[in-house]
Design a protein around this ligand. Sequence first.
Ligand SMILES: NC(=O)c1ccc[n+]([C@@H]2O[C@H](COP(=O)([O-])OP(=O)(O)OC[C@H]3O[C@@H](n4cnc5c(N)ncnc54)[C@H](OP(=O)(O)O)[C@@H]3O)[C@@H](O)[C@H]2O)c1
Length: 350
Amino acid sequence: MKRLRLSTIGFGTVGQGFTELLSTRCDLLRQKCDLDIILVSVANAHSGFIYCEDGLDIPMLLQLATTRRPLTAHPGVTRWESPLEGLRATGADILVEATPTNLHDAEPGISHIRAALSQGMHVVTANKGPGALAANELFALARQHGVQLRMEATVMAGTPVISAIREGMAGASVRALRGILNGTTNYILTAMAAGQSYATALADAQARGYAETDPTADVEGHDAVAKTLILAALIFGRSLKPSAVVRQGITTITQEQVQQAIEQDKRIKLVASLRLLAGDKSKEEALEARVEPVALPLRDPLARVDGVMNALTIAADTLSEVTIIGPGAGRVATGQGLLADVIACARAQA
Ligand SMILES: NC(=O)c1ccc[n+]([C@@H]2O[C@H](COP(=O)([O-])OP(=O)(O)OC[C@H]3O[C@@H](n4cnc5c(N)ncnc54)[C@H](OP(=O)(O)O)[C@@H]3O)[C@@H](O)[C@H]2O)c1
């Protein structure tokens, strides 16, 4: 049985969901994957970085986090104020990075990822900032150190799209992607299609915990842009700047526009798209990137994806169109994306 030492930086919704899966699936991981995984370190903003060579007690950490007590109350741990210093001093086989997404400079996640890759650790992350802003640099660093960097959970959480395309569709030529990649805006647009105003639908999404108090990143399309940039890098190998993505959010969509679309057997959805544009054969084809509300005919599979669900339609030469539908957020669903990437790293190392 292979023993894996894990470090987790970021112990909020996703970090806790992931470690809970590690703990509740420990027998399954042993029996089906031949893996004995121990969590040797964990970090958050308030407690810093704590380490225990023999492995941390995950139920105890979850209990401390849910009762808002410092993680340092776990017995037998060594603590570093700075996660970077702790990580450098202790190491592990895999870093699971789940700190908040920052689309300005990708910190603090990008520094954690650089440090881990540079010391020969695999990295799996749910954090969109590093992949959106610096995928090429980070994948080059991973290659240089002979380790993997995986980010399935950044796009559609645990619903497999990146691995489905890169591994499941290996050898196919992907020409275009179109997706509903933000659950908050899809929830609001679905509620508007049922007759609610934008303001009521947003307030409802906030009351249910689907939208932040400041919903700008979702409703103005920045979150979907980040996921579009990640897909551009991972699926098309193109490093695009955020400004290269044509972006329009949903804040100006009116109830009248939504009802007019319904009368025409259409549904308005916030669609993220990437499309190779055929052009001069001597040059690299341009990649068009857009995030915008589109009135989709009901025959389009994306038109019927409602509520907080996400979906991605992949156009590939050997498969025509494939659509994957599933959850795009949530504690356990995102933890699942991280867990699948951890198992993939372990298998690649075998
Ligand atoms: N929530 C989802 O459904 C979902 C889905 C897909 C992707 N994601 C992405 O996953 C990441 C985590 O999301 P989340 O919902 O778990 O966020 P969250 O609940 O806000 O948790 C963030 C965690 O990061 C910690 N943190 C913040 N700054 C830090 C620093 N400088 N050093 C160490 N730890 C730091 C926080 O510490 P404290 O606890 O001390 O504040 C907290 O534990 C984000 O990048 C998000 O975009 C989330």
